[in-house]
Every structure is written in C-alpha cells, then in structure tokens.
Design a protein around this ligand. Sequence first.
Ligand code: DP6
Length: 332
Amino acid sequence: MQTRRATGVSCSNIALVKYWGNRDHVLRLPSNSSLSMNLAALTTTTTVEFRSDLAADVLTINGTVAQGSARERVITHLDRIRALAALNARASVTSHNNFPAGTGLASSASAFAALTVAACAAVGLSLSTDELSRLARRASGSACRSVPGGFVLWDACDEDDCSFGRTIAPPDYWDLRDVIAIVESAHKATGSTEGHVLADTSPLQAARVASTPARLERCKAALLARDWPGLAAVVEQDALAMHAVMMTSQPPLLYWRPATLAVMQAVRAWRADGLAVAFTMDAGPNVHCICPADSAPQVENLVRAIPGVVRILASGVGGGSLVLAETPAHPE
Ligand code: DP6
C-alpha cells in the first residue's frame, strides 16, 4: 500500500469588505473584490491521506463521518488536486475545528484553505501561496483569503488566474480584535453558496457592486493608516450594504434575530460614547464586533451583558495557512 499524507492548519477570516455574489459561479469569480482579516483563534486542522487501498474518499469532521453535500464538495476539490497531480488514489480526510460546535461558525474558509494546503502537500505539488489561494477559491471563495496571512485583499480580477488573496498587511500591523457575539447556534437555513446565486435577484446588488471599489479603497487606506474612525465607518456601511442585498433578494434572506439588532444598536451607542468598536456580520445572525486590542476587554464585558447573547468568542489577527507535516510517498 502507498500513502501520501500531510496536515494543514488554517485560520478562519472575517471580511471587512464583503464578498457577495459571483460573476462566474463555477469558477467562483466574485462580483466584487473583498478585504478580510484572518482570525487566529478560529482554526481548522486537516489531515489528508491518499491511500492506494481506499475505494472511496472518506471525510471525518470533528469525529463524525460526513455524508451528502459536505462530502461531495470535498470530493470535488480533491478531484481538482488529483487532476493537477495526475493521481488516482482516494483519500481519507480528517478535519477538526477548534471553535466550538453549535456556534453557527462553521467555516468553509478555514476548512477549504486547510484542505487545499494539506492535499497539495500530500501529493507533492509545490504551489506558491498565490496559486494555493487561487485553488482554494474554487472550493470556497472566502477560503482564498485564509491562505495568505494577516489582512488580505482578494482582487476580483477578470480572469481565473489573477483572482486570489494577497496579504496587504501582516498580522502584527494593527492589533485588532474580533469579539464575536453568538446569538444563535443553530445551523443557518441558507448557506453562502446558495446566497451568492440569489444576490443578482436583488435590485440593490448592482448598486452595491458598483460602489464596492470606493469602499474597498477607503477600507484599505484606513487600515494602512491605522485610522480607526475611518475603518469603523466603512466596515459597518459595507456589512449593511450586503445585508440590504440579502434582505431584498428573491426569496429574501433575513439572517438577523432580535439580539443581532440589539448588539448592532449597542455598538453604535458605545461608539458614540467614545468606545472604539464597529460591527459586521456574515451570512448569519452572529455579530462580529471589531475593535482595537485595548478596547477588547470592555467590549467583551458589554457584549456579554446583552440579553440574547449566548456566548462570546474573541480573536486577534491570524497568520497564513501552514503545513504541519509532510510524509513523502513510501511503501508500507
Ligand atoms: C457573507 O466563501 O462562504 O461570509 O464560496 O460559496 O463557500 P462559498 O461562499 P463563502 O461566502 C462568504 C460570504 C460572507 C462574506 C465574506 O466572507 O466576504
């Protein structure tokens, strides 16, 4: 029997300027460029083992064998990597998220970034960070931003070969924190992949896409200047623009719960009182409270006291995807 095995670790990321909608759903070429920060405290560790004795790919997530669409999506991505490496062997994929189950934070970004770097290392493909990011994008758009480290800009680009994430500032450039208010732990009803397909049914999507380059430039400039008021304003505006599209899609996607709005309102009131904090949300009801490190303890205490917040997770800025171990092909 021949085995080829490697382990990858990737951080999740939170978008400060959002990806929502695709120009090409098959290639996952996005409708607009986006910008995110990796989350050091939310990681996926994935071991991929290609084995000549396996009849089918096996996926285990947090100790449970996965079936159905989750497994199919992983197989499709393994097929891309097998094609690049001219390899036929099936794989055993074992994945573990360090963030607690039942937080609604199932992360395709960290999962597909870790799968990409582990599988490529296992088969001995030596791809650059740009190439790995581009490959991860095919499996999950946001995963391309979890391959490089720190603050990452995903240039939408016109072509497949230039659409990937690049670091614009390293993790230690600005000690920002994400204090995540978990308001509901149930799995979301409509996932991002279906949501991207619905985006163009909203009359607001064209306006959001047309106005994103200006927000992206403001966000990048604020980040590079460590301009907190500038960053806070654009992060909230961009999150609201994405949710306006979601709410006006057909059918509409209304992810917010009463506690989502309670946290958003509170964040605005705290900022008006001088506390440095801004909100953003993904395709779900949980609220990400972005703040400079020195505001984080106060933000955590305040968020925890809001009725409906069931749990808090906090993270600093994370690095890029890593390969932990690589075992070249060997006979057993
Ligand atoms: C709302 O990357 O999860 O989090 O490409 O279908 O896997 P797929 O979608 P995904 O979309 C992320 C959407 C978002 C905004 C963002 O992270 O930019």
